[in-house]
Ligand binder design. Structure first.
Ligand SMILES: [Zn+2]
Length: 205
């Protein structure tokens, strides 16, 4: 059975990676449950160019890709622990000593710059960052980069968990009044409203 599309509601890709396991309806869905799942999620996250994904998929055995998905889930759950420990207040330099696993992942990167035609502001050429995608494990590198950017650029005081009952989604609250409470208003917000409505009706009986 096909999975629903992954959700990208966190306003930060590093957190959306944590939301790649969630309970959108009644049953939990893990978008990274297999090598193919990981590739689908990376496609939806636009983290790996699709020609590179296709080339890697053609070269790798399903077993190799499943192994990378195992690693991705382990990375995700390690990072969830870090984010949950630090959410709600600004990070301090002391957090760095917990980030060894992420720095080790980043150290494997084979990134380089390349001059390409075209430019957003009309110029003839532009400089693009890219990387060599040698092994299936290299699929974890853009994920690591998104996590690292999140750690270095996001104010952890704005990192919140959805208040929805049984909802595990995390997001960065960038609303002006920092009043965001729900992953998706139409899902968890409405559910909470309906529950409140039902309990009001009940208390009148
Ligand atoms: Zn929610």
């Amino acid at each position: 059975m096909g999975k629903p599309p992954a959700t990208f509601i966190a306003d930060s890709l590093g957190l959306d990676f944590l939301n790649s396991v969630a309970t959108p309806a009644d049953a939990p869905v893990d978008w990274l449950d297999s090598g193919n799942g990981l590739i689908d999620w990376l496609t939806q996250a636009k983290l790996v160019p699709s020609d590179e994904l296709n080339a890697l998929k053609a070269r790798a055995t399903p077993g190799e890709l499943d192994k990378v998905a195992d690693q991705a889930r382990a990375l995700r759950e390690w990072f969830r622990g870090f984010v949950r420990r630090h959410a709600g207040r600004p990070l301090t330099e002391a957090a760095l000593k917990e980030l060894g696993p992420l720095n080790s992942l980043l150290a494997h990167d084979e990134a380089f710059s390349r001059i390409e035609p075209g430019h957003d502001n009309g110029g003839a050429l532009s400089l693009h960052r890219t990387r060599r995608w040698r092994s299936p494990e290299s699929l974890l590198l853009p994920v690591g980069e998104a996590m690292a950017k999140f750690v270095c650029e996001e104010d952890f005081a704005d990192v919140k968990a959805c208040e929805g009952h049984n909802c595990t989604m995390l997001f960065a609250d960038h609303t002006r009044r920092r009043a965001r409470r729900w992953c998706i208003m139409a899902v968890c917000g409405n559910r909470a409203k309906q529950a409140a409505h039902r309990s009001r009706l009940k208390s009148r009986q």
